[in-house]
Design a protein around this ligand. Structure first.
Ligand SMILES: [Zn+2]
Length: 65
């Protein structure tokens, strides 16, 4: 499997290309290359994880409940 565990997506434009340090820290600012929106790495990862959890809930039912 080669998929990333967490795929980050811009909440503003849906883009998947971002500028961020090679070893981003939670407080580092990540900038969307598509629309220029920025957020902290932590905010983006939290949002991505929330999306994944929502998807998993749909895919495998109530294992997280
Ligand atoms: Zn964007």
């Amino acid at each position: 499997m080669s998929e990333n565990a967490v795929e980050i997506t811009c909440a503003n434009c849906g883009g998947k290309d971002f500028e961020y340090p090679s070893d981003p820290q939670p407080d580092d600012v990540v900038t969307c290359t598509g629309c220029g929106a920025s957020a902290t790495y932590k905010e983006i990862i939290d949002a991505a994880e929330a999306q994944i959890v929502d998807q998993l809930k749909k895919d495998i039912g109530d294992i997280f409940s």
